[in-house]
Ligand binder design. Sequence first.
Ligand SMILES: CC(C)(COP(=O)(O)OP(=O)(O)OC[C@H]1O[C@@H](n2cnc3c(N)ncnc32)[C@H](O)[C@@H]1OP(=O)(O)O)[C@@H](O)C(=O)NCCC(=O)NCCS
Length: 516
Amino acid sequence: MTATGGSAAGPRTVGEIMSHPPVTATPDEPVAVAAERMRTQGVGSVVVVNGERVVGILTERDLVRLAASEPAAASIAEWMTPDPDSVAPDVAVTEAFASLAEHGYRHIPVVDDGRVVGVVSMRDLMRIAQIQPADHLAHDVPRGLEGVVVAETTIGDVRGLEGFYHYRQYNAIDLAETRSLDDVWHLLSEGELPDRAQRERFDAEIRPLREIPPSVKAVLPELALAGEGARPLDMLRTTVSLVGATEGFGPSLDLDAAELRAQALRICAVVPTLLCALYRLQRGEPVVDPHPELGFAANYLYMMTGEVPRPEHARGVEQYMIATIDHGFNASTFTARVITSTGADLAAAVVGAICALSGPLHGGAPSRALDMIEDIGSTDRADSWLRDAVQRGQRLMGFGHRVYKTDDPRNVMLRSVAERLDAPMVDLAKYVEQRAVEILAELKPDRKLYANVELYASIVLNACGVPREMFTPTFTTSRVIGWTAHIREQAADNRLIRPSAQYVGPPPPQPVPPVE
Ligand SMILES: CC(C)(COP(=O)(O)OP(=O)(O)OC[C@H]1O[C@@H](n2cnc3c(N)ncnc32)[C@H](O)[C@@H]1OP(=O)(O)O)[C@@H](O)C(=O)NCCC(=O)NCCS
């Protein structure tokens, strides 16, 4: 694709904001030379040229891929993106922005009459595109807001092409391998990992917050049994509302940062207790109060089953929880921020986020992934089952992701946790994963569909004694830590989130017909 066009008199064009002259390299130069050129010139990419013709682009992202694979004697030709899309200098900034966002590019060469004249980056375009009036942007935004940057955050990010995500400045998987959930909660809440004294203070602050407020506890038995077939997550929405109301959570607009922090800790600490109480009451079992000695995940399993769990099960669930605390601007996190942007109270934002998480395309997938593995039942049935499902247009639960176009790092970690636990069905899950990825590649070429977090989450949670109906609730106990961090960040620097839509109905205005 080469985008061309734009209006000279109208909106700002790529030519006005591009970096020029472009930093270039030739395909036969070593990558190390290009990397040094990027560093000294302070740019994030080099355009690879053969004479005046653009033959590729090498970006920082390619250097990261290279660093992860082998050292740098490689030539640029091996690592660049060949025949990159380009844009003409007279294209409107908003148009170029939409194209970059849609394709996930970060840098794009600017080519005029077959000659490279500059480079434009996503960051340059965004800076300008953001100050265009909304009606310029509305029709440019990709469906599902894919790739659209809507806020700045210091909480974390996902790099889909690299298969990497982080909380603050740390690799989230490293945190899940080495830290406790409370430490990572501290990182998200307080901005840093705790030292010993901070850990003790935080622990002393959050443990009492696990208790359900007495007035809410009193109504739980009726609530739990109110609806035929209601699931713990459905009733959690109601009880989070109740906690907010009984504890006087006011609009976030009227609160200072310390008040909002206290409410965030309260909700995060009490959500696991509420879920386990609802689960047990729905099964006609007595509520188990929090265990004063147990850590987050062990206490969660204890409150659910009434028994102190085996340490390896508590650790497996804890690692799952750490790995799922935050994950960029996923649908539930975005929902929480939208609600907070109206100045609504923290409980309202968490309730909205729970609603978004409950959907099968977001947090509701792990139990369905386990259903699928069980339904397949044995390796010899996998091929026909998977092929048939994809050919009938079904989505394989636990596969595909909006951002990851390679292995989901959470899935990779949880696969090893499942192996460590010698989890039931782990071998079958591994076979299904391998065949599903191959069959999806064959039947849906170019879609880059891999297993996501939910596949082995279901295997790990099942192995640790978490019942299927508590899979998505378990996800909620960790993700609420991420939501509340985002709620506090949004409230600290708020602007109402209010996008636009493109009207595509019958052209207005038409006369209102008389009443018949
Ligand atoms: C996660 C998910 C919602 C992301 O969706 P998305 O970014 O909007 O992707 P799209 O819906 O645009 O899908 C792109 C293509 O891949 C296909 N696809 C995506 N996920 C698929 C899956 N799990 N199984 C089969 N096909 C899938 C779509 O059918 C579509 O194909 P098409 O272009 O031929 O119609 C999607 O992959 C999905 O539904 N996965 C299953 C549910 C799941 O595991 N959710 C947990 C996410 S952590």
